[in-house]
Design a protein around this ligand. Structure first.
Ligand code: ADP
Ligand code: MG
Length: 243
């Protein structure tokens, strides 16, 4: 067994009197797709904020690629290859898709630290990958909501992440487009070798996408397992029904 790409050990976080995360331990294997589910307010987004360094942990440890990143800044963590999409990336609606791609590229160590023509080629390649090749000269605001999400995904890929954190990637997307987004996420994992940690409220999506799922309830890990296990876990069902 090789060491996990990301691991959390005993992570705790409170806001004033509100316990958002208590003693959370979880791990994400390299190359995997791991799901994070749980009722509203169970602490899922807070976990992402702690992993990315948006908020400091109260206690516990976060290790990424063998390095303790618990006290690092968001920028340092992102440079190390841990990127949060749909939060750190933002579509500029007045700008053309291709220009959105170019401003999201990090200055160093990326495909874009190259002559303008080459970086435009890479931007086009990634736009093509998410199915937006024909839209490069459209303003991002002219795209559908789902297409804007795909543009954000392409923008996140310009950073060449090792691990992408996705907070509800299908939220607000037209049901007929959800399968397309799922297929793109799978391709990101398989073709680009990017490990995914995905928060998702759509059970059909996460059960199809993830190979392993952690379920949070009241800030704690309630259950962990393969989708089939989690789906039939009485504690998980009760947590959702209990609100
Ligand atoms: P989820 O993403 O699972 O819906 P959150 O992580 O957003 O849950 O929230 C968990 C708990 O922590 C909630 O009670 C929420 O109100 C609280 N919380 C989250 N972020 C903050 C914050 N920045 N300040 C105060 N309370 C917060
Ligand atoms: Mg949330």
């Amino acid at each position: 067994m090789s060491a996990p790409l990301l691991s959390l050990r005993g992570v705790c976080k409170s806001f004033g009197g509100v316990v958002a995360n208590h003693d959370v331990s979880l791990s994400v294997p390299e190359g995997g797709i791991v799901g994070l589910i749980g009722p509203n307010g169970s602490g899922k987004s807070t976990i992402f904020n702690l992993i990315c360094g948006t908020h400091p942990v109260d206690s516990g440890e976060i290790v990424f690629r063998g390095e303790n990143i618990t006290a690092k800044t968001t920028a340092e963590i992102a440079r190390g290859g841990l990127v949060r999409a749909f939060q750190q990336t933002r579509v500029y609606k007045q700008m053309k898709c291709l220009d959105n791609m170019r401003i999201s590229a990090p200055p160093q160590g990326s495909w874009f630290a190259r002559p303008a023509e080459e970086s435009a080629e890479e931007a086009r390649r990634l736009l093509g990958f998410v199915g937006l090749a024909e839209k490069e000269n459209w303003r991002a605001g002219e795209l559908s909501f789902g297409q804007q999400k795909l543009l954000e995904l392409a923008m996140a890929l310009t950073a060449k992440p090792k691990l992408l954190l996705l907070d509800e990637p299908t939220a607000g997307i037209n049901p007929t487009l959800i399968n397309g987004v799922m297929a793109r996420l799978r391709a990101v994992n398989e073709e680009f070798g990017v490990t995914l940690l995905v928060i998702e409220h759509n059970m059909r999506v996460i059960m199809n996408l993830a190979r392993n799922i952690f379920c949070l309830a009241r800030g704690e890990v309630l259950a962990e397992g393969a989708p089939a296990q989690i789906q039939n876990d009485k504690r998980v069902i009760d947590a959702y029904l209990g609100g």
